[in-house]
Design a protein around this ligand. Structure first.
Ligand code: PGA
Length: 264
């Protein structure tokens, strides 16, 4: 069975002080202990070190929101995988639609970042998802993004499922995008099925059954239950609703109830 996840993607929305405060309150909450899923905090880069100290010794993991690949060149302003490992990150978000759309991140860059993450034993959380104008050909867009992201990974060991998370996030469904409408849970489930089929082309089907595919896009305490109850959805990558204490604790509580009672 794939691992279940809840990623709290704080993007660039919180200051260091706010990130520290939120992380402390999550760690101190009795509701965050003994969870049947992996809770992963994804703070802004400059807050990673402080948040790492707070989650150290707990079951909560840390993700960076980006990394840079190894190259003959150096990249001023970027952060190398080995630094993320040094800080204590176990995961790294790669190819988020905000980076693809607003910062010119290409499929080729995503591919290099996935290879960089895997070669330093960081688990890539590979984001795929179509833009609003591409909704009618979303299967094609997502298939191409995913195959491209994995193109440089030729050493698919049997344990790859432990080394890989895919997050399906339609760009237009993200709460802060200009559209910001959540995709229905059944449509999301159908896309997750497709993602597993695409992964089967690259990895053996038994391993794919173990690979986690999370959904993201306007997930909130009001709708998370619908998503997490879908058979193909292994968790959530949550932005806005994970950035305040009341809301994030509600998300944790609901995910806890669903994954504890449904065997999912
Ligand atoms: P949202 O963001 O939950 O605010 O829609 C999700 C994401 O961008 O990862």
């Amino acid at each position: 069975m794939p691992h279940r996840y809840l990623f709290a993607n704080w993007k660039n929305r919180l200051t260091i002080a706010q990130s520290v405060e939120l992380a402390k309150r999550i760690v101190e909450s009795p509701g965050s202990r003994g969870l049947p899923f992996q809770l992963v905090l994804c703070p802004t880069f400059v807050a990673l070190t402080e948040v790492a100290r707070i989650v150290n010794g707990t079951n909560i993991e840390l993700a960076a929101q980006n990394l840079v690949w190894d190259d003959q060149f150096t990249f001023t302003g970027e952060t190398h995988a080995k630094v993320l490992v040094e800080i204590g990150c176990r995961y790294v978000i790669i190819g988020h639609s905000e980076r693809r759309i607003h910062l010119g991140e290409t499929d080729e860059m995503v591919e290099r970042k996935v290879q960089a993450a895997l070669s330093y034993d960081l688990i890539p959380v590979i984001c795929v998802g179509e833009r609003f104008e591409d909704r009618s050909r979303r299967e094609e867009v997502v298939t191409n993004q995913l195959l491209r992201a994995l193109a440089g990974v030729d050493d698919f060991k049997r344990s790859i499922h432990e080394s890989l998370v895919v997050a399906y996030e339609p760009a237009w469904a993200i709460s802060t995008s200009s559209v910001g409408i959540p995709l229905t849970a059944t449509e999301a489930n159908r896309m997750h099925q497709l993602i597993r089929e695409v992964l089967t082309v690259r990895i053996s089907s038994s391993v794919v059954r173990e690979t986690s595919v999370a959904y993201g896009g306007s997930m909130s305490p009001e709708n998370i239950e619908e998503y997490l109850s879908q058979p193909e959805i292994d968790g959530g990558l949550v932005g806005s609703a994970s950035q305040s204490i009341h809301s994030v604790l509600r998300l944790i509580e609901i995910a806890n109830r669903i994954y504890s009672t449904s065997g999912r």
